[in-house]
Design a protein around this ligand. Structure first.
Ligand SMILES: Cc1cc2nc3c(=O)[nH]c(=O)nc-3n(C[C@H](O)[C@H](O)[C@H](O)COP(=O)(O)OP(=O)(O)OC[C@H]3O[C@@H](n4cnc5c(N)ncnc54)[C@H](O)[C@@H]3O)c2cc1C
Length: 460
């Protein structure tokens, strides 16, 4: 390969790119990685990590309130947004340095530059320098999408800017119904902002189980968040220090900030893919096979740029599998089914497997178990909140095919339930597992009464 400067050139040092570069290098490949912004990518710099730190911050308000019922007297708490943001920025800088250090330790050459393809083996850097690579991995992630251009759209922020606001907005309108919109609505509400969530669809969290969507919407409303479905933001007018947000139903909301979280688009623009005639699929991502190989044989793509399952652990797994396949002699396809996932709303959501609707479409008999209850902690605190749990069971094999939780620590719970579901645990296995008492999670192994059974009459 004498005419190649490197064996592998990775474009984008985010979750997928960093993992792929590190593992490929550990197999002996000569690897170079280009990053145009900050090492760590969306997750570390302006996604999962800073968001979770803000989620933690936002939950203290409930804790202060709840403490009273348990006998505590807490002085009127005060929140200082600049302190939170400065501390968060320090932690992100620490993580960025750790990621950079990892690349160095593994002998990966890092170039802080935008990169694009000149041809299937040539990468052009922003400086004009060219690097010849035998194999190229595109891991450029995705970018917030602002939707059709509406008047005043230039006033809207996205999640990128939300992490760097100079002050906490007293009133904020968040447009969107996906997990990022829902999480930020809960973060701002927990920190004390007056929040309106505007979503064009019928209900928030499209793609999630309908009971979960309904339960969370009610909980959010119970916490004072105005959830307006069936409408969109039609225009944003600046009026002095505030914005007038005009909705499609002609309602007007006054706000200090307007945030759009209506979706993200794969970062494929300006990469030079058109000249290579690389196949882009209907959802705008790079079309790849199960080994993340694109339609150009020496070019691979992992993570959000492929628009498969847009989550950090998935990007990491795809990056690792790519390196195992191409450099480790272990062809490794990635299984995108049964991916556990969480929404860090308040209360939290954790899900794995099929929704009720999907189960009914795919299985001949579906048994539904569900329960809604007041968590024990809410008794003395007096908080008006309920938890929700649902198990979907294949009525023929008894396998648990879906688990949906709305309640405290749902993200933590679903990680562990994910192992059981992937292993093919049956409802009988759940029932045979002794409860841990008193916990919220014990409900998962004590649900005995079927709420519904679809298809059973036909089968019997
Ligand atoms: C607000 C928010 C919250 C999220 N929360 C979660 C969560 O809780 N859990 C979860 O699992 N996922 C979460 N995600 C999704 C997660 O961040 C992504 O799925 C993950 O980061 C994708 O990794 P990636 O490697 O595909 O891309 P990224 O991590 O986005 O990395 C792509 C990198 O490529 C760089 N780049 C782009 N183009 C070029 C170029 N031409 N040249 C050089 N560099 C380039 C970018 O600057 C970036 O650093 C969240 C996302 C957002 C926005």
């Amino acid at each position: 390969m004498a005419d190649h400067d490197v064996d592998l050139f990775v474009i984008g040092a985010g979750s997928g790119g960093v993992r792929a570069a590190r593992i490929a290098s550990s197999y002996g490949a000569r690897v170079m990685i280009a990053e145009e912004y900050r090492v760590g990518g969306t997750c570390v710099i302006r996604g999962c990590v800073p968001k979770k730190l803000l989620v933690y911050a936002s939950r203290f308000s409930d804790d202060f309130e709840d403490a009273a019922g348990y006998g505590w007297t807490v002085a009127e708490p005060e929140f200082h947004w600049p302190t939170l943001i400065a501390n968060k920025d320090r932690e992100i800088a620490r993580l960025e340095a750790a990621y950079t250090g990892t690349l160095e330790r593994f002998g990966v050459a890092l170039v802080k530059s935008r990169a694009a393809l000149e041809d299937a083996h040539t990468v052009r850097l922003a400086t004009g320098a060219r690097v010849r690579a035998e194999t190229i991995l595109i891991s450029t992630g995705a970018w917030p999408h602002l939707g059709p251009k509406i008047p005043g759209i230039e006033h809207a922020i996205t999640s990128n800017e939300a992490f760097h606001l100079a002050q906490l907005p007293k009133r904020i309108v968040v447009q969107g119904g996906g997990y990022i919109a829902v999480e930020f609505a809960c973060i701002f509400a927990g920190l004390g902002s007056d929040v309106t969530l505007v979503y064009r669809g019928e209900n928030i969290l499209r793609g999630f189980d309908d009971d979960v969507r309904e339960h969370l919407r009610n909980e959010m409303r119970g916490r004072g968040i105005t959830v307006t479905c069936g409408h969109t933001v039609a225009a944003i007018e600046k009026s002095g220090d505030e914005f007038k947000v005009r909705l499609s139903d002609s309602g007007v909301i006054a706000a200090d900030k307007v945030m759009f979280a209506i979706g993200r688009r794969p970062n494929v623009m300006g990469l030079g893919l058109e000249s290579l005639q690389m196949k882009i699929h209907g959802h705008g991502g790079i079309d790849v096979d199960e080994y993340s190989r694109s339609s150009v044989p020496n070019i691979y793509a992992v993570g959000d740029v492929t628009n498969r399952v847009n989550l950090t652990p998935v990007a990491i797994r795809e990056g690792h599998a790519f390196a195992d396949t191409v450099y480790g002699g272990k062809p490794t396809p990635v299984d995108h089914t049964n991916v556990p996932t969480a929404v860090f709303s308040e209360p939290e959501v954790g899900v794995i497997g099929l929704t009720e609707q999907q189960a009914r479409e795919r299985l001949s008999i579906v048994d539904v178990y569900k329960t809604s209850f007041r968590p024990m902690k809410a008794t003395l605190s007096g908080r008006n909140t309920r938890s929700f749990m649902k198990l979907l069971v294949d009525g023929v094999t008894d396998r648990v095919v879906g688990c949906h939780i709305v309640g405290p620590d749902a993200g933590e719970l679903i990680q562990i339930i994910g192992v059981a579901v992937r292993m093919g645990a049956t409802k009988a296995d759940f029932d045979a597992t002794m409860a841990v008492h008193p916990t919220v999670a014990e409900e998962l192994v004590t649900m005995r009464e079927k709420a519904m059974s679809y298809g059973r009459a036909v089968a019997e």
